[in-house]
Write a protein that binds this ligand. Sequence first.
Ligand SMILES: Cc1ncc(COP(=O)(O)O)c(C=O)c1O
Length: 369
Amino acid sequence: MIRLSKSVVGKAEAEAVAHIIEDIGYLGMGATVGEFEHELENFVGGGRRCVCVNSGTAALHLAVQAVTRPGDEVLVPSFTFVASYQAIKAAGCRPVSCDIDPETLTLDLKDAERRITSKTTAMMPVYYASNCCMAEEYQAFARKHGLRLVEDAAHAFGCTCKGKKIGSFGDVVCFSFDGIKNITTGEGGAIFTADEETIQKVSDARLLGVEKDSEKRYAGLRSWQFDVTEQGYRYHMSNIFAAIGKVQLARFEKEFAPKRRAIALRYTELLKNNPNVKLTPIDYAKEVVPHIFALQILNGKRQELEQRLKENDIQYGIQYAPNHHLTYFKEEVSLPVTDEVYSRIISLPMHPELTEENIERICQLINTL
Ligand SMILES: Cc1ncc(COP(=O)(O)O)c(C=O)c1O
């Protein structure tokens, strides 16, 4: 079987976890989380601060809660994982479903602009398939309309836009470190921002709202007398997760990033002349480290491809079911590009252990459709 995605972890991660259990002896949030945050800050750069949490969804939830008020409207593409919508809703806000651009498959700013009301205070663009080439446009748009910007960069850890790392600029940027992302902590996420008020809010909110508890935890202490002024959650990261993350971060540039890039470039090479295939133009050579490889199958041939992949024991993804069709988020809204892309999209296997033989076999099934 060829897997769609996979955690690539081994002896080094196992030894790091063993070190926490056998030598450190404290499994919860302690010094290792602080170390991981510093390493992430150095890696991303731009003088940004980082706060780690226990999922990408938690990162988005806390970020939205920090920059909005309940009842606010948040612009978001319907073509995203349901996590983006749940995070907005969890913060008491209303996700306003927007269409995507047919070329980038990310938030269409013209469509988003039409949906702004007096209640719109924030937007959450999503770097679908790690495509973050629009980052500066999103920032300019948010500035122009006085909106806070929470970037869902769950797919885009380690990517750059015009040479600048995602997370090193902008307002608030959230990453996911779940089991199959560009780096993993098992489950996990991080919030990056230069805004001290947001840092303070998300640092407290991840620890049940206990004021200024993070620094104490890093020092192996706890607050016993404290105040709570806002809704908080048990969203902090554990030393075990952070220990895995430190190893993964050290492996990223030399091992994971070149492999992921090479796979995407090879798929592109083998599929670029296929008239049944529409590829999204993404700069895998320099800027993007792809988390998924998604393409559109034209001429009504996706179902046939799905059948072929199933028969050949090759996993695939349909990412994502548009949120405005889900019962909980249902909206009578016309999003023609989203609906068309959803009918054609398919994700091919993408993980650092995929072989050249695997890629050729998958592309041969597509090229003989
Ligand atoms: C676009 C997007 N946003 C948010 C998330 C949420 O991340 P997590 O699974 O770490 O909660 C994901 C995870 O797959 C995602 O793909």
